[in-house]
Design a protein. Sequence first.
Length: 240
Amino acid sequence: MPSRFVLFGTDHVAALAVTALAAAGLSLLVRRRQGTALAWSVRAALAAALLAATAATLVAWARDFPLTVWDVLPLHLCDFLILVAAFALVTRRQAAYELLYFWGCAGTVLALFSPDVRTGFPDWRFLSFFALHGLVVVAAVVLTVGFGMRPRPGAPWRTLLVTNAYAAVVAVVNGAFGTNFLYLRHKPGARTLLDWMGPWPLYILVADLLAAGLFWLLYWPFRSAQAAAEPEVAPPRPGG
């Protein structure tokens, strides 16, 4: 019988610590080895680990109950973000990186602190949740801190627009098939931050506003740096 998950219990804190240490350690490593085969290997290894953890999770699910198409389709944001993260790691495409940075450092980090998990270590559900979510956060930090990628001006609002468009598509799927992706129809069974955001559908609006605020805060350090780097333009001379 697997142990019950305890919010901020020993298992939870240990998983958060491992994620933080991995993000810091790998970022420091690649900063010192920019442009080397080792730096590329870190990106490739993180992408491979994300895909391997996803495959292992599907295999574990299949042992407990028959998989359906809904178990495979990445309609939860964190599931879709696994594919985005792997693509961003391999290609370093700017658009994919920005989605990874904002979604990973906002939504996935919040999910790590208030996980939809009912069992503790070493149950496979616990390991799967923290491996997948932790690797996404590590990928976002490594590309930002280790490889020096930065969100472009306007990136928070573009990401928010993409987020809402994605949610609109998922809402149509939920309405047509009775699913609950993105928890748009009701909250998850486990206690999460959504429990503090009011009843349905108010919590959806609150979550969207929270996302907008977090995206802006995540972009703020880079906005300040970009503004400081812009050359001053001398005012025109009279009559010139």
